[in-house]
Design a protein around this ligand. Sequence first.
Ligand code: IPE
Ligand code: IPE
Ligand code: MG
Length: 241
Amino acid sequence: MSEQPPKQAPLHVGMIMDGNGRWAKARALPRLAGHRAGAETIRRILEACPGLGVHWLTLYAFSTENWRRPDDEVSGLMSLLDQFLRERRKDLDKQRIRLNAIGGLERIPEPARTRLFETMAATRHHDRGVLTLALNYGARSEIVAATRRLAEEVAAGRLRPDEITEERLSGALSTAGMPDPDLIIRTSGEMRLSNFLLWQASYAEFWCTPTLWPDFSCDEFRRAVEEFARRGRRFGGLANV
Ligand code: IPE
Ligand code: IPE
Ligand code: MG
């Protein structure tokens, strides 16, 4: 993109990529065709990020609740993940984007899991952006795991209860070291978090669109980012007038 990024760009954007199934249904196609089209949207959106001033992009790709879907859809999604990582590797290198992942990665089946770890290792020095895939991710289980880790520290005598602060809890989450999301975009007309980044999204701006994820365009992404730039974020204080 040749246009300049807006002055108040969201440094970190979280995307709840929803509507692949409805997109496929509207075309009388199998749900997996919708997921495939959705993977193509990711390619476009990733390319648009630097021009919009977005350094961190976090994509909700598979939730802890998505295991409730039929086995063939789950295995189709996991093969698509493997294919996505294989096909996008050259883009990550070209754009110097580091791949990161959050969630219960141990449950991601092979070969996607190995490819995921290989791609993260191979891109770890890239410094122009970070793509985080939320896979088998659920914010509640993330918070429970972090709480358990801190409780273990306390039980072992390495941490006092009064040393448990917001910063320490943030540091025990899978997003440790990442800035909180500034903007969360959800496609397909739904207006809920569905267990995505509950802690981290405390002061995120929300932007929802009826567009289904496979139809989400770079133009619409730019509009969301521009609207974000016009919003007044007060963080509980008073507007600067
Ligand atoms: C989002 O699209 C992709 C995942 C949750 C993996 P959906 O598959 O949820 O699409 P709809 O909501 O059924 O249209
Ligand atoms: C949210 O979409 C999860 C992902 C985008 C991975 P869902 O389609 O699973 O959410 P619900 O069930 O409509 O809340
Ligand atoms: Mg959905």
